[in-house]
Design a protein around this ligand. Structure first.
Ligand code: ADP
Length: 266
């Protein structure tokens, strides 16, 4: 608490009491703390790939460039770290836009069934590469939904890429959808048989840059911002997103979107 005292003075010059202002600054301090932590995180996240790139380029200049195979490998690392840095900056720009302007949605009636099929199709190759089976379990008669398709596609991309990334070979990822008629919502969940998330990390997993294993995330090309962005996008629809997980067993991320009621968001 911060307390400030201001003495009151009458026109005549006589003193007439004191105003005490008691302000709760804990929230302010917390925000300031979060801001500093965020800036430190951003700097660190940018420095890490830059340091890697620098050392590989140095090695190339020191002579590795003469060896074809070695230089090929070094250039590939440089390329993938550059790509990750671009993803990181794009994710940061998107979050900063959300912070300054709010999330702008362009909602319309969308066929969820088709949207989920397309999302799974987009990831079929990645799934095959990682030897993770990708299945769709959705009822034929799923109602259309009222959403911003670009936003929800991004949510699906982030969640599907996580599910595949964090699932070892011969695992399985299932996309499940269900109409909750009474709630006028459609529930979508993505379940994997992957490495899972320890329960102590679950509470904070949607925070920006919060990761269970930073090295593993970076190794997979991650930015640590995918879940934070997904949550912003889902919440902008007035909806929720939840995660349930068990270490070494698997993870389920569930979110809800409003079903279409002929022109209103429901
Ligand atoms: P990242 O780019 O690191 O994947 P995200 O914000 O998408 O960033 O996820 C944050 C962290 O949550 C990940 O680093 C990982 O530790 C954990 N995580 C997310 N999805 C899963 C999943 N399906 N299985 C296991 N861990 C996950």
């Amino acid at each position: 608490l911060r307390v400030t005292f201001t003495p009151l003075q009458h026109d005549s010059g006589k003193r007439g009491g004191i105003i005490a202002v008691v302000a709760d600054v804990t929230e302010q301090q917390q925000m300031e703390h979060q801001r500093r932590e965020f800036v430190a995180n951003v700097s660190h996240e940018l420095r890490t790939p830059l340091t890697t790139i620098k050392s590989y380029v140095e090695a190339l200049l020191d002579g590795a460039v003469e060896e074809k195979e070695l230089s090929n490998r070094f250039l590939r690392v440089t390329m993938s770290e550059t790509e990750r840095m671009i993803r990181l900056v794009n994710d940061l720009l998107q979050l900063s836009r959300f912070d300054s302007q709010g999330v702008r949605l362009h909602c319309k009636e969308v066929d969820m069934n088709q949207m989920l099929r397309y999302a799974v199709d987009r990831f079929s190759m990645f799934g095959e590469q990682q030897e993770v089976a990708l299945d769709l379990e959705i009822p034929e008669a799923l109602p259309s939904v009222y959403i911003d398709p670009d936003a929800i596609n991004q949510v699906l991309d982030n969640l599907l890429s996580n599910a595949i990334k964090y699932t070892p070979q011969s695992g399985r990822v299932v996309v499940h959808a269900q109409h909750l008629r009474q709630q006028e919502r459609v529930q979508i969940s993505i379940t994997d048989t992957g490495i899972g998330i320890p329960s102590r990390d679950l509470k904070r997993i949607f925070e920006r840059f919060y990761r269970v294993d930073k090295a593993r995330s970076r190794g997979q090309g991650g930015t640590g911002l995918g879940l934070a962005i997904a949550r912003e996008l889902v919440q902008a629809h007035g909806a929720d997103i939840e995660i349930a997980s068990e270490w070494n067993v698997g993870t389920t991320v569930t979110f809800w979107v409003p079903s279409f009621r002929g022109g209103s968001a429901g």
